[in-house]
Write a protein that binds this ligand. Structure first.
Ligand code: 26Y
Length: 821
């Protein structure tokens, strides 16, 4: 699409002008960073026109709006993606070339906005992309963390966390909107006052500390449709007048303190993934962005509508996990205390406006806050939750008279804690899981009692990913090849990619497909050489596991298997073995000691294996530092094998699995999360499935009977691998990996040895790895398998997921935006 605003000459002039006005320099004198800024501002100008047009279209058409509330948005770089979605990448690339600028180098200048941890945050980003592309009115609501996900450096094999100062140079794709600032109140107490006029009690929140929330808007560009939606993230500042008694006025020190207190709230993203920590500041963050976002939504609604009781006709809040669940009580508070509704009316509106997505079943990830902390920080909100709980318990009692077990299990407040998931389920009109298996486990295990009481709320929305970032942008050669063969429709309708199936036996097509894979592997090999100093052979099998480090994801199983293979090769040097490069990438939460030890172990194994001449380079192990969205795009494109080896039942969905599949890498995995649906689409014969089923695991967990010691005692090869953790093979410090060793066995008085069934699945995994090798050796067979993975990935577009959310939960209206200029 040639856009007149992307007329090459105009574009070039604008870039030059920006360099001049921003930096007082000539183009030739500008640094790469300055060029990135100058180009980005030029692009932003174009986006702003579309943004205004979108705003106008929304105002004219008054569609229902979804507010996607999320503590995390893992956006990844914007420049390249925005250009692609504007349909201007090609032209801009050429224009830049004419100026002597390499667009890739420029894209590499952009910091990754990493306002998220992993799956949940990246899902939110994919959803925004799909919402804009499908033409739905949507806001992402979140926090503008000053420091996003830490940068990971590997020093001496250990993870070191370095602050991610992504805003340091100024971020060109954001717009400060001080005119929409809101106040958020913490602490204080609630005074009850009887109102003669209405005969009702009034609840007055006093003695609080006020913080100012200032929104920054980031444009979310739809694919070639002129739509630009908004990600609105909130910054915090002090309110100058606040809290000073008259004698304090002008107290400079206090003013600075207030500013710091406010800034603290948005200072840093908690690097916890699937593990609750109970930090007061995190609770503050949650209320801060939830309150500001809901205030803004209601203010916007009231500009053009006067009946607050019809809010649900135009507004829906989707809660991305329980982190924003305070939205329930905050909405109640505003409806009652500010809009003057009574409890029943407020509840009727609230329960039609909020919906909840669950992303995990793991107990340690479920949010529970001590009531002491909660009520002190948010007295009015807490009071409302108490009342919701009181009424809910009555309902439970009515439904199950005399059954106190039910109350114990279902209450929102119990054992001195506020259980956020229970609040979300009780108030939400929809509760969804993120893959079919996950939703079934929610219904039949974790949330069984709730499902029995309110089955109509439960539904599944299998996750998806945006093909525009993870194929069109991340794998440009393959994208072009696909478009050559089936046309460009797959870009906005991924089901079209199924048309590639006709090439599954076409030798020429398969050859081309694998050539592109090879080029991508060369690109990654170059990156690894530059960043790790390790030479890897692009002809070897690139076997990749990239994701957050967590015991349930079982990077440990992978590296133990590498040790096992290493032993095999040393023992049988004559054995046939297809060269393999094991690639890892993973950040561990800064406080998660065992996860960090596993990173160290991977690097220690890499050191030994990569430098052992006796194995002839048959195995290489690489740990890619600082895994993040930008290098992920390149890694997926280069992968041969997708490691999705979580303990069955633990990975709610996984989304990396879908990105690998899209890029033609077969899954080596357990029947967990969305792997189940991936196999269903691509066929058993085009994946490598192993391990215990979710049912088996859950059965062991409920009834006991799993004994890793038995495996250790009866399987000498597994025992050898475990012994090597503590006998100096990989570290002269024999105690270094003692904790990992102990975690797998009953040797210590540890309550749950090998919680994640690593030994239980080991043999089955090793056998599946053998099948991978055999399949890879047969070049044609492998090519067909790889191509079919891409061809069968149609279901896993976030466009499909979003359309399902729209049809079943949000009921949004589609909007078309036409360009005004
Ligand atoms: C600190 C705490 C309360 C917490 C923080 C972050 C709890 C959970 C998380 C993040 C969870 C997460 O990323 N979950 C992942 O969501 C993906 C998108 O649905 C799933 O694909 C993936 O299986 C799941 O682990």
């Amino acid at each position: 699409m040639i856009d007149k605003q992307f007329d090459k000459e105009t574009f070039k002039k604008s870039v030059k002008d920006n360099v001049k006005f921003l930096y007082r320099r000539k183009l030739e004198e500008a640094t790469q960073e300055q060029l990135f800024q100058a180009v980005s501002y030029t692009v932003k100008d174009v986006i702003i026109d579309n943004w205004l047009d979108t705003q106008n279209a929304y105002e004219a058409q008054d569609p229902k709006i979804v507010y996607y509330m999320s503590m995390e948005f893992l956006m990844g770089r914007a420049l390249g993606n925005n250009l692609l979605n504007l349909g201007a990448y090609g032209e801009v690339k050429e224009a830049l070339e004419e100026l002597g600028i390499d667009i890739n180098a420029l894209e590499d200048q952009e910091p990754d906005p990493a306002l998220g941890n992993g799956g949940l945050g990246r899902l939110a980003a994919c959803f925004l992309d799909s919402l804009a592309t499908l033409g739905y009115s949507a806001y992402g609501c979140g926090i503008r963390y000053r420091y996003g996900m830490f940068k990971q450096e590997i020093r001496d094999g250990y993870q070191v966390e370095v602050p991610d100062a992504w805003l340091e140079e100024g971020y060109p794709f954001e717009l400060r909107r001080p005119e929409y600032a809101k106040e958020v109140h913490f602490g204080g107490y609630v005074r009850v006052e009887y109102d003669q006029a209405t005969g009702q009690n009034k609840f007055i929140h006093e003695g609080y500390q006020a913080v100012k929330a200032i929104p920054y808007d980031m444009p979310i560009v739809g694919y070639e449709n002129n739509v630009v939606n908004t990600l609105r993230i909130w910054d915090a500042a002090a309110i100058e007048e606040f809290g000073f008694d008259s004698f304090d006025k002008g107290d400079y020190k206090k003013a600075v303190e207030q500013e710091n207190l406010a800034k603290d709230i948005v200072n840093v993203l908690y690097p916890n993934d699937n593990k609750m920590s109970g930090k007061e500041l995190r609770l503050k963050q949650q209320y801060f962005f939830v309150s500001a976002s809901i205030q803004a939504a209601i203010e916007k609604y009231k500009k053009t509508h006067d009946d607050i009781k019809k809010l649900h006709e135009k507004v829906v809040f989707q809660m991305n996990d329980t982190h924003p669940t305070m939205a329930v009580a905050e909405l109640m508070r505003i409806l009652m205390d500010q809009e003057g509704l009574g409890w029943d009316d407020a509840w009727a509106v609230t329960t039609k406006c909020v919906a909840y997505t669950n992303h995990t079943i793991m107990a340690e990830a479920l949010e529970k806050w001590p009531i002491e902390l909660f009520s002190r920080l948010l007295p009015r909100v807490y009071q409302i939750i108490e009342e919701i709980n009181r009424r809910f318990i009555i309902e439970v009692q009515n439904k199950y008279p005399g059954n106190y077990e039910k109350i114990k299990k279902m209450a929102i407040i119990y054992d001195g804690q506020v259980k956020m998931a229970h609040l979300a389920i009780v108030a939400g009109f929809s509760v969804n899981g993120v893959a079919r298996l996950h939703t079934e486990i929610l219904k039949n295990q974790e949330l069984k009692d709730f499902y029995e009481m309110m089955p109509e709320k439960f539904n599944n929305k299998t996750n998806g990913i945006t093909q525009r970032r993870f194929l069109l942008h991340g794998n440009q050669n393959l994208a072009a090849w696909i478009t050559d063969h089936i046309g460009p429709d797959w870009i906005t309708d991924l089901s079209q990619i199924g048309k590639l199936k006709v090439y599954a036996d076409d030798e020429k097509a398969l050859q081309e497909f694998m050539n592109i894979k090879f080029q991508n592997k060369q690109r990654l090999a170059k990156y690894i050489l530059e960043h790790n100093g390790v030479e890897v052979d692009p002809h070897s099998i690139f076997d990749v596991q990239v994701k957050r480090l967590h015991e349930y994801k079982r990077q440990l199983l992978n590296i133990l298997h590498v040790i096992y293979l290493y032993n095999q090769i040393k023992l049988h040097p004559e054995m046939e073995f297809y060269p393999r490069t094991f690639i890892f990438g993973a950040k561990a939460s800064a406080a998660y000691e065992r996860a960090k030890k596993i990173i160290k172990l991977i690097n220690c194994v890499a050191d030994v294996v990569n430098n052992d001449p006796s194995i002839n380079g048959k195995i290489k192990v690489v740990f890619i530092e600082n895994y993040r969205v930008s290098n992920a795009e390149m890694i997926f494109a280069a992968a041969d094998v997708s490691e999705q080896i979580s303990t069955a039942s633990k990975e709610a969905s996984g989304t990396g699995n879908m990105k690998f599949m899209l890029n033609g890498a077969p899954t080596l995995g357990t029947m967990d999360g969305a792997n189940v649906e991936i196999v269903e689409e691509v066929g058993q014969e085009n994946a490598f499935i192993f391990g215990m089923s979710a049912d088996q695991i859950i059965n062991y967990e409920n009834h006991g009977g799993y004994d890793p010691d038995f495996i250790y005692n009866t399987d000498a090869e597994i025992r050898q691998v475990l012994m090597q953790l503590i006998n100096g093979t990989f570290s002269s410090d024999t105690e270094l990996f003692r904790d990992i060793y102990d975690s797998l066995l009953n040797t210590k008085n540890c309550s749950r040895a090998d919680q994640y069934f690593i030994l239980g699945d080991f043999r089955s995994y090793a056998e599946a790895q053998k099948r991978v090798e055999a399949a890879y050796k047969d070049e044609k067979k492998w090519a067909k398998m790889a191509l079919l993975n891409t061809a069968c990935s149609g279901k896993f577009s976030s466009d499909r997921t979003i359309q399902e959310y729209v049809d079943d939960i949000w009921h949004l209206d589609k909007v078309t935006v036409t360009k005004s200029s």
